[in-house]
Design a protein around this ligand. Structure first.
Ligand code: FES
Length: 151
């Protein structure tokens, strides 16, 4: 039977193992992505389906991953924005960044947001993940179009 001291030691070892594993994962990500993007992987902004939204749209990109936006639009202004994705870490970063860029903006401006602008705000995605910003910009555009067509 394990004594309390043995169990505490095992827990400490496990915590150290998890911490070192997380550190290894972050170091690996930093070889491919900048720190700003890695931070968004681990702390996504405006993630999830909110209780209150005006329009929802999802779109599957050329890579096979899907992004979904939930926008709350009032008087032509995007008052709130949330997203979900089943895509890569870069898609979490692009979805997060896109929501940060559109909240409080007129929907006509949001409709024109480009993948390049999202990419620049992220301080540059790696070349093999530029298309993740295209997925975010395209889904947003489709969400605004859907809202306009409903009206
Ligand atoms: Fe599909 Fe990034 S969204 S690879």
């Amino acid at each position: 039977m394990n004594t309390r001291l043995e169990m505490t030691k095992k827990k400490d070892n496990f915590d150290e193992f998890v911490e070192s594993l997380q550190q290894q994962i972050i170091e690996e990500e930093l070889r491919e992505y900048n720190e700003y993007i890695v931070n968004l992987f681990h702390n996504p902004q405006n993630w999830g389906k909110p209780k209150d939204f005006t329009v929802e749209e999802s779109y599957k990109g050329s890579c096979g991953d899907t992004m979904q936006f939930f926008l709350k639009i009032d008087n032509g202004i995007v008052k709130d924005a949330h997203f979900l994705t089943d895509g890569c870490g870069a898609s979490v970063a692009t979805g997060s960044q896109a929501t940060l860029m559109v909240i409080g903006k007129p929907m006509d401006e949001v409709e024109k947001l480009t993948a390049k602008e999202i990419d620049e705000a992220l301080h540059g995605l790696p070349d093999n993940h530029k298309h993740c910003a295209v997925l975010a910009a395209t889904t947003l555009k489709k969400a605004i179009n859907k809202y306009k067509n409903k009206k």
